[in-house]
Design a protein around this ligand. Structure first.
Ligand SMILES: [Zn+2]
Length: 130
């Protein structure tokens, strides 16, 4: 029995960032559907959980990685913004900004007034108040 289960789960795609996103979206939508008693939200939540299970059970690694890569391209600016905000709260001597062109997190000293920041990655210049 144990070998059958192991064989069934062998060579499956598993979880990635896109699947975690789908699961979190599912949780949020299922809570909202219970609050608003909405059939459409319940069906959307059902679709999300089924798609998440389908992705994790899939054997088509190429297609699932391609989906995850597209998702990460979409998610990267938000991830960097979160990192900049989190670091700005934790670091009291420096402030963190996100480059509007390449989304690199840039660190500058605090309380220097309006400064021009040059991104170390793409050399794009932008002004912010630090
Ligand atoms: Zn940049």
């Amino acid at each position: 029995m144990k070998e059958k289960i192991l064989r069934f789960f062998a060579n499956r795609y598993g979880h990635d960032y896109f699947n975690y996103f789908l699961l979190i979206a599912y949780l949020i939508i299922i809570i909202l559907s219970n609050i608003f008693d909405s059939l459409i939200l319940s069906l959307l939540a059902l679709f999300l959980i089924c798609y998440s299970i389908y992705r994790s059970m899939s054997r088509n690694f190429y297609a699932r990685s391609k989906e995850n890569r597209k998702f990460m391209e979409f998610w990267y600016p938000y991830q960097q913004l979160y990192k900049a905000i989190k670091n700005s709260f934790q670091d009291k001597t420096r402030k963190y900004f996100v480059c509007p062109k390449c989304h690199q997190v840039v660190r500058v000293p605090r309380k220097k007034g309006k400064i021009e920041i040059t991104c170390p990655k793409c050399h794009h210049s932008f002004t912010r108040r630090s």
